[in-house]
Design a binder for this molecule. Sequence first.
Ligand code: AMP
Length: 557
Amino acid sequence: MNTQSYTQGRQDTQLLEMCIGGAFDLTVSRFARREALVVRHQGLRYSWQTLAEAVERHARALMALGLARGDRLGIWAPNCAQWCITQFASAKIGAILVNINPAYRSNELEYALSQSGCRWVICADAFKTSDYHAMLLELAPGLATSSPGELACEHLPELRGVVSLANEPPAGFLSWAALQERAAAVSVEDLAARQASLNCDEPINIQYTSGTTGFPKGATLSHYNILNNGYMVGESLGLTEHDRLVVPVPLYHCFGMVMANLGCLTHGSTLIYPGDAFDPLATLQAVAEEKATALYGVPTMFIAELDHPQRDSFDLSSLRTGIMAGANCPIEVMRRVIDELHMSEVQIAYGMTETSPVSLQTGPDDDLELRVTSVGRTQPHLESKIIDTAGQCVPRGEVGELCTRGYSVMLGYWNNPVASADSIDEDGWMHTGDLACMDEQGYVRIVGRSKDMIIRGGENIYPRELEEFFLTHPAVADVQVIGIPCARYGEEIVAWIRLHPGEGPDEEQLRDWARARIAHFKVPRYFRFVDQFPMTVTGKVQKFRMREISIEELQLP
Ligand code: AMP
């Protein structure tokens, strides 16, 4: 029996030693006439065959723009068919796709474009309150007066041009339709030769980590990293060509482009995009009308679907499986997903962009209790360990920092050797910054981010534990717990509470309820009742913002 917190994943399924383009062609040849992609908000449906035609045309058009193997191609758009087509087409020609968060504003956009050295960008016209054309024109005013492909911009010296998804983009932008016409300039043979020249260990994707603090860093991932991760995630779910997955998560994040797009690609399953951004009603409608078998989401998405007033009017009984991931998955929410959304085989995945993303996942054979209370065991072909601050593996059952090693660990941060060396040690271990503990059987529980831990009067308090606790109160719909500075105890606990609609407890009643059930030092000093939490677009709660707001409201120094 291994008493150290170290495990290896199973090795019984071979890793795929191929590029994404090769995997795509294989699926097209096996499942040509089956449905590949449904984009409900655009009214588009593709079989693998028609998707292949769109991908190949786009790949040749991108080559016609002069994109060479290793050149960076940015994509800045909410979920849409063109996003998926661009992902597969850029992989076929070996251009590195740079995912740009649709919520970015000009400062962040400029940073991502210049840090990655994008040669071309494909952008939507506008989304929510963002006018993408205006922001690009502000950054590169020369766009308006140069012909597409001939931009010369001082701040963005590598940028040659912008493709717009708008039907009639402003002067200087190349429209998607006009781009497709350029495919004629590159032959099918030239594309095949380019695809054959690629190596699966080369970088194919840069993802700026959503970064709840600090400057975004561009996790650089190879075909091998992400194709295999999508494949192993789909294997764990038992996906086949008969599965239909609803994808409300953003494509610019690996939850969308790897776990969904590459998970389905490697299994011939159908991708269903319910909308350009998350909407609980559109998601429920997509499940019911498309007879979906699987659904993905971050916990807050599942909560919004479960609590939607029209939920009962939808027949969701086709659902079998899915994944909840991206943030702490509360036990109560998991139970409701199983009972009320019929997702009897739902799994939890844990990971981070830097590890493609998934490194731990619950499995179909795990008992229910473990499926709702842990993030599962180490994914196939990977290693996990939990270490103390001195870097030593801790005994099973003790809390420490979780580290991951294996095929899924990124190549590094783009053009940032210092940050890369800070995260991946000399032995190849990615240090996640997450606090976790591993049980006797190798199941891991995440207890928080190392910097999230609250230390109050010398007692370590894990917000995760308190969040789980408050969710057992029938009136509490969602909760986030943070620490704020306190002269006397070092830190004090603040609980931000979102109540179910209707009558709810007040602060004193909630405090009394907690006092009767948990140790006194864990009872929050402050409560704040809210309708929503500050979030990143990937559904990660921005605890640093909550901290700032609470400090300001409580007038703390
Ligand atoms: P990202 O790189 O945006 O995917 O964020 C990765 C971070 O999300 C991890 O380091 C964790 O802090 C958190 N995370 C992801 N999945 C889970 C999970 N299942 N449970 C708890 N935290 C998670």
